[in-house]
Design a protein around this ligand. Structure first.
Ligand SMILES: [Zn+2]
Length: 349
């Protein structure tokens, strides 16, 4: 079930922007919807698409927000995910979007809508468009039919090609505050059977680790991530103390996958930077280890790690052996242990 915009109060100002532009007949052909992973970009975009095709949008709620009626023929097709004038494309994780996939979208954009007043194309993760795919999409943005709207979704911190960015109106989605996120999460989790309901402490932990990005917290609670993360952290700690081999320590990270591994290690490196600057760690479970590393390392080491993770992410698209990457990254971390450094800096780096 898609939660409506009413249940996502942190997205209301962005919604109002769309509403106002629509009412003024000035909706841009290209909208770059940006925001943190798990903030609700995809749901927002699908709600917008629903509003754009609805024949009888209605005002609702205290603030008289304009929303899809949910009754008309168009809304029925949207609810069944079979609307012929809405095309949504989401690439596989860490994979670039292929040119032929974009060409299909561009072909879809040509010609009149089949049943609605407009066509809507959603590209989830426009930051995964490479130059060739971007250029293929550019044509659609440069010579837009009057009745086509492109919603490009961009994850914060992942660059989108400047040629695409410059042809879109940017719409940034903010994160909710803790209470908004907690309420949304509670409503979503209510659908689970009783025995699968996560405890309150786990919910709070997930929200904290997700930086209040509600979809991300939901993922953490429902895909076994918290447990995997505990095992990965345990392996990490013991590897740093030389109690495990790198292959043993890397196992839970490999189970987790490269993207979550990078995200987790990035969050630790960011905590290390915070601690080095006299701040507090966000990840309480890793804090003790990280405090030790912050005491024994100059602050630039954390930035060096963050750079390495960024490079690893960029290379991930072409990486032939992602399973070895976890080991390589763990060895980078171990280079921060004072005993390792004394034994010789020759091989590290
Ligand atoms: Zn409708």
């Amino acid at each position: 079930m898609q939660s409506s915009i009413e249940t996502m109060p942190w997205l209301v100002s962005a919604w109002r922007y769309v509403e106002d532009r629509l009412a003024a007949g000035q909706l841009p052909h290209g909208l770059l919807v940006s925001g943190a992973y798990g903030v609700g970009k995809s749901r927002f975009a699908h709600q917008v698409a629903g509003l754009l095709v609805c024949e009888a949008a209605v005002r609702t709620g205290r603030s008289a927000r304009l929303v899809a009626c949910g009754q008309c023929k168009q809304c029925e097709l949207v609810a069944a995910s079979t609307h012929p004038d809405i095309r949504s494309y989401a690439p596989e994780k860490s994979k670039m979007i292929r040119v032929d996939q974009v060409r299909q979208l561009s072909e879809f954009a040509v010609g009149s809508p089949r049943v609605a007043q407009r066509k809507v194309i959603i590209v989830d993760r426009a930051d995964q468009l490479n130059i060739n795919a971007g250029n293929a999409l550019l044509k659609t943005l440069e010579e837009p039919s009057a009745d086509v709207v492109l919603l490009l979704l961009q994850e914060t911190g992942r660059p989108v090609l400047p040629t695409l960015r410059s042809r879109c109106q940017n719409l940034a989605l903010p994160l909710p505050d803790f209470e908004q996120a907690r309420q949304w999460l509670a409503a979503e989790l209510a659908a689970l059977p009783d025995q699968e309901q996560p405890a309150e402490a786990e919910r709070k932990r997930a929200l904290r680790l997700a930086g209040c990005a509600p979809r991300r917290a939901h993922e953490y609670l429902t895909n076994g991530f918290l447990e995997q993360r505990r095992e990965a952290l345990d392996g990490f700690r013991r590897f740093m103390k030389n109690e495990l081999t790198v292959a043993e320590a890397a196992r839970p990270f490999r189970t987790m996958g490269l993207e979550p591994t990078l995200a987790l290690m990035e969050s630790w490196a960011a905590d290390l930077a915070r601690l080095g600057a006299g701040g507090e760690a966000v990840d309480e479970d890793a804090a003790e280890m990280l405090r030790y590393l912050a005491r024994t390392n100059p602050p630039w080491r954390s930035h060096q790690l963050l750079d390495a993770f960024r490079e690893s992410r960029e290379a991930a698209v072409y990486n032939a052996s992602p399973e070895l990457e976890a080991e390589r990254l763990l060895i980078l971390w171990q280079g921060l242990m004072p005993s390792r450094r004394r034994r010789g800096a020759a091989g590290s780096g």
